[in-house]
Design a protein around this ligand. Structure first.
Ligand SMILES: Nc1ncnc2c1ncn2[C@@H]1O[C@H](COP(=O)(O)OP(=O)(O)OP(=O)(O)O)[C@@H](O)[C@H]1O
Length: 350
């Protein structure tokens, strides 16, 4: 395979047909490629066309124009059974077929390989067990799929895709409805599979911060186009800030995190620190969280501020305290961020 390219689309337009006529064009992409071992996050606002692109790349939707090649062969030239040997698709809303056990569900991934007599071999069974071990769900093997939590079920569906042993795995929002730990686990699990088993994995997600940390590359959809790059390139080019920020959400390019800002500016402030204060890691952290809290309340940092916040040590208690000065008023309050804010608000509305 040339340059390890697993999927390549050329001049692809995605969209929908109605009565054999083009109803709407959703995406218009120059060349998109997925290479062996790639772990790629597909991101973009609601309704931008992520699912439409995934369904088109999987052959479920017919492109409006352009073509898609998987392992150098046009996707339209594959029979269903041939396609299911090169490509697996994990949907966000897991469709549960019948009252199957976890073993039977994952075994369905081996269906494209059943022998002439329609029988699964010992090798198939071993692959099912291996796939369940890979996703950390082997303990669920005898459970009914209907009796699992969303996170457990999602892992089983990923195991099914692994058992299917395709070079390409597409996943549509595999972490939707999952808690934080399960979301991270699924991301890391998919990355491990891409690495260990040299699979190409493309998943759509709304997890911007997690994708920045874990994905090899990102495809960001914006107005029907796709911006492609490694996380560092995408951040430094300002793509994340442009696509995902608005007047209430700012992207911190150094931290790779979002900050939530208020609609209107309430007041400005500055923070300074007395030289006697020993800035421990915890104190630095608390100050940065005060900044976040203030930002979310509509307060901005300024060199000519309404409020001066001076961090010092109270001589009697030996605790850290804030001295707040505003016009001719000076007050002292404890370190706690909410207390500081409430105190300032009190002065502000007096
Ligand atoms: N069958 C259809 N016919 C016409 N338009 C459709 C059809 N299905 C979806 N769309 C439209 O295509 C656009 C892209 O939808 P798609 O589901 O691909 O977006 P998405 O990026 O996956 O969104 P989300 O993040 O909300 O899941 C939307 O405007 C949607 O309304």
């Amino acid at each position: 395979m040339q340059n390890d390219i697993v999927l390549k689309s050329t001049s692809l337009q995605t969209g929908y047909y109605e009565k054999n006529k083009v109803k709407t064009v959703i995406g218009d992409f120059s060349n998109l490629t997925l290479e062996k071992g790639d772990f790629i996050a597909l991101l973009g606002p609601n309704g931008v066309g992520k699912s439409t692109l995934l369904k088109t790349l999987s052959g479920e939707l017919v492109p409006i124009s352009g073509d898609i090649k998987i392992e150098e062969r046009n996707i339209l030239d594959y029979s269903n059974i041939e396609k299911s040997k090169v490509l697996s698709f994990v949907f966000s809303n897991v469709q549960i077929v019948g009252n199957l056990s976890v073993r039977e569900t994952v075994m369905m991934g081996r269906y494209p390989y059943v022998n002439w007599w329609g029988k699964l071999s010992e090798k198939d069974d071993a692959l099912v067990i291996q796939a369940l071990e890979d996703v950390g769900a082997i303990h669920l093997i005898e459970r009914k799929i209907t009796e699992l939590s969303d996170g457990e079920r999602q892992k089983v569906m990923i195991a099914r895709a692994i058992a299917q042993d395709t070079s390409l795995i597409l996943l549509d929002e595999p972490t939707a409805h999952l808690d934080l730990i399960n979301r991270i686990e699924i991301f890391q699990l998919l990355k491990r599979i891409a690495r260990k088993r040299h699979k190409s994995i493309l998943l759509s997600t709304h997890e911007v911060e997690m994708s920045l940390q874990i994905a090899d590359k990102m495809w960001i959809l914006e107005n029907g186009k796709c911006v492609v790059g490694t996380p560092d390139a995408i951040v430094s080019r300002g793509d994340i800030a442009r696509v995902f920020s608005n007047k209430n959400i700012g992207f911190d390019t150094k931290q790779g995190t979002f900050n939530y800002c208020a609609d209107k500016t309430l007041f400005s402030y500055t923070i300074s620190i007395d030289s006697t204060v020993n800035l421990s890691e915890e104190t630095r952290l608390r100050i940065s969280w005060i900044d976040k809290k203030f930002l979310s309340e509509g307060c901005v940092k300024s060199d000519t501020p309404d409020y001066n916040l001076y961090l010092t040590i109270d001589k009697d208690s030996n605790y850290l305290v804030w001295d707040i000065s505003y016009l001719n008023t000076n007050v002292r309050c404890e370190m706690d961020g909410l207390d500081v804010f409430k105190m300032i608000l009190k002065l502000y509305t007096q």
